[in-house]
Write a protein that binds this ligand. Structure first.
Ligand code: COA
Length: 344
C-alpha cells in the first residue's frame, strides 16, 4: 500500500536554554558519566517560562512552510502530535493553525505519546490519499520539562523540550516522494510502564494527582528494542524492500543503546542511522521531525532515498514507516518555475 503523499518541507525549533548533565549532578544523585554511558545523552533543551508546545510548534511550522516555499493559507489541515498540550482544550494544533495564518485549515491533536508524530503523519497522508486534503502540516512538539519529576533520577535525565514539523502534500506520479508502508500498534495492557496522570485522572482521597512522568525504565527498554525492530522489519518488508534499500533511518531518539540495538538487530549500519539524542535527549513526539529536519539540513537525504522511521512510547504504543524522500520544495513551486522556464 503506497500512499501518494510526499514530505515537501521540514522545520525544527529547540529552546535556547541548554541543560547539561553536569547541572543535573547538582540536583539529583547521578553523574554525567552514568548518563552518557547508559543513555548517550549529554544535554537537553528546556523551554523558557513563556514558551509552550504551541509556540515551539509554531516556530517549527513556520520553518517547514518556508522550506516548502508555501504560506499557512495553503494548508488544509494542521495535526499536532503531542502529549504535553498547552491545555486540555482547545487543541494545540488550533493555536498553531492561527499563528501561521492557516485560515482554511482544520486542526486537531494526536496523542500517542512518543508515537504522536508518526501517528499524525500516517493520518495526514491518508487525508491526502483520499483526496480530502492537498497539503497537511504535521507537527510534533513537546514541553516535557513541565511534567518531568525533577527529583527522580531515573527519568529526569532522559527528557527535553522541542518541536519539529513537516509539510505533506500530494505526490506527483512519476516523481520521487511517497509513503510506502506504515504500521501503528498499541498494547494498552502495559500502560503502567510509562504514564502521567492528568487533571481528569481518578481522584485519590479526593485529591487530583500531579501530572508527572512515571516509568519502569528497565521494562520499557526491553520492550522498546523489540517493538522498534519488529515494526521496522515489517514496514520494510511491506514496502517490498530490504534493509539494504534504506538510505537513512530516523528513529525515535530515546536512548543511544536502544538505537544501536536496533541498528545491530536490523543489520543497518550506524552510518545510515541518524542520531541527535546526545544533544536533545528524548523530546517524545518531536524527536523524529527534529532529526529529519537536521538530516535534511546536513545534506543526508536526496530525492529517491528510502527513509525509515521507527518509534515507541507510552501506551505502550509503537510504529514505523518507510517513505521515499522527495526533496524539499513544494511541487506547486516546481510547477511554477517549470512554467517560467518554458515561457523564457
Ligand atoms: N544516575 C545514576 N544511577 C541511576 C540513574 C541515574 N540517573 N538512574 C537510575 N540509576 C540507578 C538505578 O537506581 C539502579 O540502581 P540499583 O541497581 O542500585 O537499583 C541502577 O542505576 C541501574 O538501573 P537500571 O534501571 O537497571 O538502569 P538501566 O541501565 O536500565 O538504565 C534507563 C536506566 C532509564 C536509562 C534505561 O532503562 C532506559 O533508557 N529505559 C528506557 C526508557 C525510555 O526510553 N523511556 C522513554 C520511552 S519513549
Amino acid at each position: 500500500m503506497t500512499l501518494a503523499a510526499r514530505i515537501s518541507g521540514v522545520g525544527r525549533y529547540v529552546p535556547e536554554r541548554v541543560m547539561t548533565n553536569e547541572e543535573l549532578e547538582a540536583t539529583v544523585e547521578t553523574s554525567s558519566e552514568w548518563i552518557v554511558e547508559r543513555t548517550g545523552i549529554r544535554e537537553r533543551r528546556i523551554a523558557a517560562p513563556h514558551e509552550t508546545t504551541s509556540s515551539m510548534g509554531t516556530e517549527a511550522a513556520r520553518r517547514a512552510l518556508a522550506s516548502a516555499g508555501i504560506t499557512g493559507a495553503e494548508i488544509d489541515l494542521v495535526i499536532t502530535g503531542t502529549c504535553t498540550p498547552d491545555g486540555l482544550f482547545p487543541a494545540t494544533a488550533s493555536a498553531i493553525q492561527n499563528a501561521i495564518g492557516a485560515t482554511h485549515a482544520g486542526a486537531f491533536d494526536v496523542n500517542a505519546a512518543c508515537v504522536g508524530f508518526l501517528s499524525g503523519l500516517a493520518t495526514g497522508a491518508q487525508f491526502i490519499a483520499t483526496g480530502s486534503a492537498e497539503r497537511v502540516l504535521v507537527v510534533g512538539a513537546e514541553t516535557l520539562s513541565r511534567i518531568v519529576d525533577w527529583t527522580d533520577r531515573g527519568t529526569c535525565v532522559l527528557f527535553g523540550d522541542g518541536a519539529g514539523a513537516v509539510v505533506l502534500e500530494r505526490a506527483v506520479p512519476g516523481e520521487p516522494g511517497s509513503i510506502d508502508s506504515l504500521l501503528l500498534r498499541s498494547d494498552g495492557s502495559q500502560a503502567g510502564l510509562l504514564y502521567s496522570h492528568g487533571p481528569c485522572s481518578p481522584l485519590v482521597d479526593g485529591l487530583q494527582q500531579e501530572a508527572k512522568i512515571i516509568m519502569d525504565g528497565r521494562a520499557v527498554f526491553r520492550q522498546a528494542v523489540t517493538m522498534m525492530c519488529d515494526s521496522a522489519t515489517e514496514v520494510i518488508a511491506r514496502a517490498g524492500l530490504t534493509v539494504d534499500d534504506i538510505a537513512l533511518a530516523v528513529p525515535h531518539q530515546a536512548n543511544m543503546r536502544i538505537i544501536t540495538a536496533m541498528s545491530d538487530r536490523l543489520g543497518l549500519p550506524m552510518d545510515r542511522v541518524y542520531v541527535n539524542v546526545d544533544r536533545y535527549g528524548n523530546t517524545s513526539s518531536a524527536t523524529i521531525p527534529i532529526a529529519l529536519a537536521e538530516a535534511e539540513a546536513e545534506g543526508r537525504l536526496k530525492p529517491g532515498d528510502r527513509v525509515l522511521f521507527a518509534s515507541f512510547g507510552g501506551g505502550l504504543s509503537w510504529g514505523a514507516m518507510v517513505i521515499e524522500w522527495a526533496g524539499v520544495g513544494s511541487r506547486r513551486l516546481v510547477a511554477a518555475s517549470a512554467a517560467r522556464s518554458a515561457g523564457a
